[in-house]
Each structure stands twice: as C-alpha cells, then as structure tokens.
Design a protein around this ligand. Structure first.
Ligand SMILES: Cc1cc2nc3c(=O)[nH]c(=O)nc-3n(C[C@H](O)[C@H](O)[C@H](O)COP(=O)(O)OP(=O)(O)OC[C@H]3O[C@@H](n4cnc5c(N)ncnc54)[C@H](O)[C@@H]3O)c2cc1C
Length: 466
C-alpha cells in the first residue's frame, strides 16, 4: 500500500502535509538548510507515532523527527533527496500530569517549553530550563538536543532535568520509561542514550521532568566589565557570595549588544556602551527581595572597588529585569535579521576562556582582516557563542565564503584547550563531519555501535550527528 495513504489512515489526511503546506517544516530557523520530503506527518498520540514509524520502516522511508524547528545545526531538516518523512510532534502538546509532592511534571514531547514553565508556575513550581526560543522550542527538541540555555549554572541542562522518557524506537515499539525517580540504579540508564541523540536513535514522545520551588525573589543586574578576565573574576566573586542563588551569569561583547540595540525596536542600553564586555547576572533568592538586594549590592560594590566592573545597573522592577534579558536574548534574532554570521557554540573550562578569546581573536584577525567577533554566551557554564561577522563595509558573504578556514582556526583552538566544539546546540548536519576530527576514534566507534544496535536500518534521522 502507498506510504502516504497508510500515513493518512493513521493520523487522518489533514495531518499529512505535502506541497506548500509542508514547506515551513523543510527549512531551518537560520534558513541555511532546505530539504525535501515525501510528506510531513503530524501524529497526535504515542500510538500514532508508533504506527507512523512502523509504516515508514515497511516502506524503508527515512524519518526526521521535528519539534519547534528552532534548532541551529540543521538537525530537524531532511536532506534534498525527497525520500524522508518529517515526523512533527507539535500536536502532542498535553501536560499529562503534575505531581507536586514528587516535584515532577510529565508532558508530551510537542509541549512548547514556555507552556511547561507556565504549567509548573500555575502549581507554584519552577521548571528552570530557559532559552530565547522557548516560545516555539518543544520539550522533545530540548531533550533531543540536550539544550542548555541560561539557567544551567544552577539547574543543569535538559539532561539533568529529565527523570524519565517515553520513546518510540526505530522498530516501532514503545519504550515506556516514564519513571519519576531520583534514584534508580537498575542497570544502564537508557534515557541518556536518547537525550542529546538529535532524533537519530528514536522519537521521544513524552518525558517526566524535575520541578523546583519558585524563588521568593529574583533580581537581575547588568555590569560593564573591562575584560573577559574581569568578567570571570566577577563570576567567581558572585558564586562565592551567592552560592546556588546565582542562577544566571551571561556575557555579551559590546559589538553584539550595539547591533542588537540598533536592529530590534524598543531596546535601550541602561549603561553607556563604552566597555568591551557586559555581564548579566541573575539572583534567585529563597528568602526575600531585601536579602537578594543586599547580596547583589555586596557583590557589585566589591567588584567596583577591585576594578572588575566599571559600572552596573540593577533592575528595580520586573519590567526592567525583562528589558535586560531582552538585550541578551535578542542577540540571535537581531543577527539573523542582519544576515547571520559564522556560528560557533564552544565550551571550555572557565579558567581558559579569556585567554582563548584573546589569542583566537588575534589568530583570526591576522588571517581575515575584515573579521568582527560577535561573542556572547553563558560564561557561568564556560559556553560562548563565539560567532564571526564582518566589520562595517564588508558584506557577511565574505565571512561565509571563508567559513571552513574560520572554523578550522576556532575548532583547533578549542580542541587544543580540551574544549568542545558543540556545547549546547548539537551536531546536526552542521558539525557532523567536523566532529570526526576531534573525537577519539574509540568514542566515534562506540557511537556507531549504539546507532547500529538501536537503528539497524539507519532510518532515524540519517545524515545527522554520525
Ligand atoms: C533565538 C534562539 C535562541 C536559542 N538559544 C538556545 C540556548 O540558549 N540554548 C540551547 O541549548 N539552544 C538554543 N537554541 C537552539 C534551539 O532552540 C534548541 O536546540 C531547542 O532545544 C530545539 O528545540 P525544537 O523543539 O525547536 O527542536 P527542533 O529544531 O525541531 O529539532 C532539533 C533536533 O531534535 C530532534 N528532535 C526534535 N524533536 C524530537 C523528538 N520528539 N524526538 C527525537 N528527536 C527530536 C530533531 O530531529 C533535531 O535533530 C536557540 C535557538 C534560537 C532560534
């Protein structure tokens, strides 16, 4: 029987999209990858996902799972053969259960991250995963990419927030591992195979996630810092003074901030743009606003005194805090509007970061005199978006024409310092080949062995990761 007819029997014809209806699912957020597919299929339940997988296996059709399609490495975009079926989880958006006594929530994979945060808040709990694309990114995509975001410093990444998973395997069988247990030493922890696998081992259909108490008070400040080394010292000072209450520590270069304020309407810098770096700090206090204010004042006063910050602005209201976060979270959107840049999502020990940026900037500038570093990221996690644009007057296409040369300089410098060339975005199509240069052969072979075991026909998101 024809595959599309079988899929329509499973999910209903309105949920099998072809032609123009399928187009939004075939291009990635950055508009860098465009693919083709037999169809986009939108199952509404785990049983339907399983039936879709069985039908695709019978027809030997590759499957590309997709959530909110906000991934930045082309993981959710099919290749251009037109053979694939994109399996969109967007209709599976139910919160199945909240257990406040156990501090867990069980949600379907297509639940948008912001909706999970909201559901938790309505029950007096915090679901801490937070990233700029949270209005569209889904929990399935967050787990499949092991997303990081702005709260990793305190709560860890998506992997650390998952207690259980439900997965449709490449065979079409359903593995129900939705356990809400914080302790379970009964052999291999299988959920971790699917988390971060970018859809290459199976389709995540639901997850049981950890919840936390809502903080009594939250405060945000922006500090102007004279160097990245000073920002790292400020981080150390803030950690020592605030401990677990320090929930975010982001840095932004003055170039991306300037571009963002110029590009997105309604944004304003509360400090003059005269320093090379800016740090965004967030305190989440379990006690009170007065306690948070006192902690912040202590940290900032000591840092001013030591010269590690030149100036600071503390948000006095929720609206002011949101405006500070908008400066940080608007950076990717503003640069996408300005034509993009050559992206790197690197992580290093925090202790190496300032030296890495100084020496790699110098190495890049000596080879590409038109380069302009657009650097920002999650300094508290040792993770920078070390992106490369061009100085005014040089079109960004010049940077894209030299992308492989730029990547080689950056990736070699990261590798030489024991870092990772993909901290939180994954490998997808973008870094699939590059990683073979840096990962030990034995690690790559173990990954291939896992892939062969769980997906012997190679139909789960082929061409991604490995
Ligand atoms: C403006 C902006 C800011 C961002 N900021 C951050 C950030 O701070 N931190 C961060 O980590 N990321 C960030 N990202 C990247 C992106 O939002 C995350 O990777 C997110 O987790 C992807 O979720 P998604 O639902 O959009 O997944 P998609 O883009 O749809 O898919 C991503 C990958 O996961 C696979 N996948 C999706 N759903 C499933 C499923 N149910 N089962 C199995 N595989 C699946 C896909 O095949 C693909 O390989 C940002 C993106 C944008 C556009």
């Amino acid at each position: 029987m024809n595959l599309l007819r079988t899929l329509a029997d499973v999910v209903g014809s309105p949920n099998v999209l072809t032609g123009d209806d399928a187009q939004p699912y075939l291009t990635d957020w950055r508009q860098r990858y465009r693919g083709r597919a037999q169809a986009v299929v939108r199952p509404g339940s785990t049983a339907e996902v399983a039936a879709v997988v069985r039908a695709c296996v019978a027809a030997r059709a590759p499957m590309v799972p997709q959530g909110g399609n906000t991934g930045l490495v082309g993981g959710g975009t099919p290749d251009d053969s037109g053979d694939a079926v994109v399996v969109s989880l967007q209709r599976m958006s139910r919160v199945r259960a909240i257990d406040t006594a156990n501090d867990t929530v069980t949600v379907e994979a297509g639940c948008v991250l912001q909706a999970v945060q909201q559901a938790a808040r309505e029950h007096g709990r915090l679901f801490p995963l937070s990233l700029a694309a949270e209005g569209s990114a889904t929990i399935g995509g967050n787990l499949a990419t092991n997303a990081g975001g702005t709260q990793v410093l305190r709560y860890g990444n998506a992997r650390d927030l998952a207690l259980g998973l439900e997965v449709v395997l490449a065979s079409g069988e359903v593995w129900n591992g939705l356990r809400g247990l914080r302790k379970d030493n009964t052999g291999y922890d299988l959920k971790h195979l699917f988390i971060g696998a970018e859809g290459t081992l199976g389709i995540i259909t639901a997850a049981t996630l950890k919840l936390y108490p809502l903080p009594a008070a939250q405060m945000t400040a922006l500090a102007a810092v004279p160097s990245l080394a000073a920002a790292a010292r400020l981080l150390e000072r803030a950690r020592a003074a605030a401990g677990a209450a320090l929930t975010a520590f982001e840095v932004m270069g003055s170039a991306p901030l300037r571009n963002t304020v110029e590009t997105l309407p309604g944004l304003r810098m509360p400090l003059p743009l005269g320093q090379p770096w800016y740090a965004l700090l967030e305190l989440s206090d379990a006690e009170s606003e007065a306690h948070a204010t006192a902690t912040f004042e202590r940290i900032l006063a000591a840092a001013l005194e030591s010269g590690d910050i030149a100036d600071a602005a503390v948000a006095r209201s929720l609206a002011e805090a949101e405006a500070l976060w908008r400066l940080r979270e608007g950076i990717p959107e503003a640069h996408a509007k300005r034509g993009g840049n050559v992206k790197h999502d690197i992580s290093l020990p925090v202790s190496c970061i300032a030296e890495f940026v100084d020496s790699t900037n110098a190495a890049l500038r000596s080879r590409f005199e038109w380069i302009e570093p657009i650097v920002f990221g999650h300094l508290g996690d040792g993770n920078l978006h070390y992106n490369m644009g061009t100085v005014p007057g040089t079109p960004i296409d010049v940077a894209f024409a030299h992308e492989s040369g730029i990547n080689a300089v950056v990736n070699d410098a990261v590798h030489a310092r024991g870092g990772s060339i993909s901290a939180e975005h994954g490998l997808g199509q973008l870094k699939r080949d590059a990683i073979t240069r840096y990962k030990p052969a034995i690690e790559l072979e173990l990954m291939r062995a896992i892939k062969r075991t769980l997906d012997p026909l190679g139909l789960m998101n082929p061409g991604k990761v490995i």
